[in-house]
Design a binder for this molecule. Structure first.
Ligand code: APR
Length: 230
């Protein structure tokens, strides 16, 4: 079976990384206009770097969880799995997944806004850093900000349009184009499943749902798909 999986912040919540729209979470502590838009970065690059430096440190000290591991187990099965994530953390990779499609970029990567060079980000990035390739003072986290185009959309739309099953895990369904992928899957005749702590704003677009914390629901679902009973 061809399975396309889209994950959001909810799959990393039990690893201690904040989500965005639950109470007391990232967008209630920071104004996303200031730290997650190109305009905010142009206005105050030091503030934006300090925001991502803090998230990078938080991510480095966090551990992946059994939901990340379960998806890696599914990936190693005979099923054809495409793992698409909106998350910029590296917990899927640390949980054993390969070929993760990071449509909103990666916290652990840096980008030169002048020459498009990419490299592994240092723990702390500063506005005064220079690009290791072109030496311009134009370095930024390699993350997709609001108003920018998500990465790898061709590969994502191909996988979603060809899958037998589309599964969204731990995402509020508030941000497009990710929130619209379920419609593309449905139009292509795929089965659809939402796995979430609570019904998302796109819940009605899914044929089925599995409600509960990801560390319980995702291993349970993967075992069902693999035909194993734990
Ligand atoms: N298990 C499963 N789901 C959970 C858990 C959990 N333990 N905790 C929270 N959730 C669910 C919430 O119910 C919510 O639906 O995860 C979802 C998190 O939603 P958001 O905080 O909006 O995160 P996400 O959907 O990933 O945001 C999408 O918006 O801010 C931008 O670029 C950012 O990639 C992000 C995008």
């Amino acid at each position: 079976m061809k399975i396309a999986i889209l994950t959001g912040a909810g799959i990393s919540a039990e690893s201690g990384l904040g989500t965005f729209r639950d109470e007391n979470d990232l967008w209630t502590q920071y104004d996303l206009e200031d730290v997650a838009t190109p305009e905010g970065f142009a206005r105050d690059p030091a503030l934006v770097h300090s925001f991502y430096n803090a998230r990078r440190a938080n991510c480095a000290s966090a551990s992946h969880n059994v939901a990340h591991e379960a998806l890696a187990r599914l990936e190693k099965s005979d099923h054809v799995v495409t793992l698409i994530t909106q998350n910029i953390d590296d917990l899927h990779e640390r949980g054993g997944s390969n070929d993760v499609i990071h449509m909103h970029g990666e916290l652990m990567r840096a980008l030169c806004a002048n020459c498009d060079h990419r490299w592994d980000a240092p723990a702390e990035m500063q506005a005064t850093d220079t690009c290791p390739s072109c030496t311009a003072t134009a370095t930024r986290p390699d993350v997709v900000w609001f108003g920018e185009i998500p990465y790898h959309m061709d590969a994502i739309m191909l996988a979603v349009s060809e899958c037998d099953l589309f599964v969204a895990i731990g995402t509020s369904g508030d941000v497009y184009p990710a929130a619209g992928l379920v419609d593309m899957a449905t139009q292509a005749g795929a089965d659809t499943l939402e796995i979430n702590l609570a019904p998302s704003s796109r819940a009605n677009a899914f044929a089925r749902s599995l409600i509960g914390p990801a560390t319980t629901t995702v291993p349970q679902w993967v075992d069902e798909v693999l035909g194993q009973t734990r």
